[in-house]
Design a protein around this ligand. Structure first.
Ligand SMILES: [Zn+2]
Length: 92
């Protein structure tokens, strides 16, 4: 039987670092206080200060061309059209 996981549970249990690491984006971003800043992966920008990720709030914003923004749930869908990184791998 399928086991349903609420969005709230995902928000609590999955970190922004895990999601970014899943898409190999961690190395493109630099830490500024509790944020990560770097080129925007949504519109494939090159400006290193346009894309901001809040690790504590688990959301992101683009201050460049696409003005993209959202939270940990919308990020993988918006950028990569899939959300497998939000679900922990089954061990059984
Ligand atoms: Zn953008």
């Amino acid at each position: 039987m399928a086991q349903w996981v609420s969005f709230q549970t995902i928000k609590e249990q999955v970190s922004m670092e895990q999601v970014l690491d899943h898409y190999s984006l961690l190395e493109t971003l630099t830490q500024k206080k509790s944020n990560l800043v770097g080129p925007c992966p949504i519109h494939k920008g090159t400006n290193p200060t346009q894309f901001h990720v809040s690790l504590t709030k688990k959301n992101y914003n683009c201050f460049g061309d696409c003005h993209g923004g959202g939270n940990i749930l919308t990020f993988p869908l918006c950028c990569f059209d899939e959300i497998s990184c939000l679900f922990p791998k089954r061990t059984t």
